[in-house]
Design a protein around this ligand. Structure first.
Ligand code: ZN
Length: 153
């Protein structure tokens, strides 16, 4: 068996369901009339692309728009992220990024941090497919880039 190819059957059933649900019905597919942060991620390996837009109110993410195309992992991960960051302030959102990155890199994270990740925990199984870790991280890295740029202004 090709170890690099992604097999849904190797993921826990519950996790498969969460990922497939977000892939088939991606959340926050809308256009906002204005955004305070707009950020994009692209992964040439499988052509994954995500564009995240955020509308802020006093540093809290009020609305999120997501546009994207690509593999199931990248799109499901972006959809989960778009739900997770709503209502969070920017430093909290960055913290979620760093927890998620640690999880994807196989570092130990506390139960409390894992709880913060909510449905994103479903992507932990993707660690078994190193080439797909980038797909899972794409939108999260884009989020971090977007926030960093915003904070510099
Ligand atoms: Zn991908």
């Amino acid at each position: 068996m090709n170890k690099q190819s992604f097999e849904f059957s190797e993921l826990d059933d519950l996790y498969q369901d969460i990922i497939l649900d977000h892939y088939r019905r991606p959340r926050n597919q809308k256009v906002l009339d204005s955004t305070d942060i707009e950020t994009e991620g692209f992964n040439p390996f499988c052509g994954d692309r995500v564009v995240l837009g955020m509308k802020l109110d006093h540093g809290t993410i009020q609305q999120v728009s997501l546009e994207g195309a690509g593999c199931s992992i990248s799109q499901a991960s972006a959809s989960i992220l778009s739900e997770l960051i709503k209502g969070k302030d920017l430093s909290k959102a960055r913290n979620l990024y760093s927890i998620f990155r640690s999880m994807m890199h196989g570092e130990n994270i506390s139960d409390q941090d894992m709880e913060e990740l909510g449905e994103a925990e479903a992507l932990a199984g993707v660690r078994k497919f190193p080439i797909r870790i980038k797909c899972a991280l794409l939108s999260w890295v884009a989020l971090e880039d977007g926030i960093k740029k915003n904070l510099k202004i």
